[in-house]
Ligand binder design. Structure first.
Ligand SMILES: [Zn+2]
Length: 231
């Protein structure tokens, strides 16, 4: 095999290696925490907190209403016990009962409002929860796919590296040095020659250069400097 052909094959392997390495980096950057999941987790925690606060309010209000009911019973018992005859004292007791009932009604209205809010917050928590579950499931299947792709790419890359090692072992080290120097300058070091034209710079090659390249020796394009490869 001519040196030019060997170097052309090396270039093909390097291009494949580079594109697969780019794909691998792309996948690595997509692996890990999901922003959407974290955001929804935070949203859920906040709604949870709100629901707990509302439940606390609801309970303390229920306690308060119970306390008033107990007090009402005591005062009413006293009023109807017959022990008190003094009209002024009786009027005072009646006044106290009216006040307690008004307070109880007020608290009961407020308790109903809070109950509505608790109901809404409970629904909110359930909605966000199912949103989160869907996002997590989607993220998990995406991560699984990415992990599988990553494994495939890793084994592909290791095969390519092995192939590259075998090939470079056969190539003259000086030719490889030329190849690397050109690759740093021009990205593609080896140019195919098609119909007498260098595919690297699209210029027609002189007949002598073509003949030299055909003979199998390492010839570089007089125009762009790339190594010429005649298929
Ligand atoms: Zn050229």
């Amino acid at each position: 095999m001519s040196v030019a052909k060997q170097l052309y094959q090396l270039q093909e392997i390097d291009l494949e290696l580079e594109s697969n390495e780019r794909a691998l980096n792309q996948i690595v950057s997509q692996l890990g925490e999901s922003e959407a999941v974290v955001k929804t987790q935070n949203k859920l925690a906040l709604e949870h907190q709100r629901l707990e606060e509302l439940s606390r309010q609801q309970h303390s209000m229920e306690w308060e209403i119970d306390g008033i009911a107990t007090k009402l019973t005591t005062v009413e018992e006293e009023l109807y016990s017959g022990r008190i005859r003094n009209p002024k004292e009786l009027a005072n007791l009646q006044h106290e009962i009216d006040g307690l009932k008004a307070k109880r009604n007020q608290l009961e209205d407020k308790a109903l409002e809070i109950m509505d809010q608790v109901e809404l917050a409970t629904k909110g928590v359930a909605t966000i929860n199912s949103e989160l579950k869907a996002l997590e499931a989607e993220w998990q299947s995406q991560q699984q796919q990415l992990s599988a792709q990553l494994e495939q790419l890793k084994s592909l890359l290791s095969n390519l590296k092995h192939k590259r090692q075998l090939l470079t072992a056969e190539i003259d080290p000086q030719a490889i040095e030329v190849y690397h120097a050109l690759k740093r300058q021009k990205e593609t070091a080896v140019a195919k020659v098609e119909q007498g034209i260098c595919r690297g710079c699209r210029i027609s090659l002189p007949v002598t250069e073509l003949q030299e390249a055909r003979s199998g020796s390492l010839v570089r394009c007089s125009s762009c400097g790339r190594i010429l490869f005649l298929a």
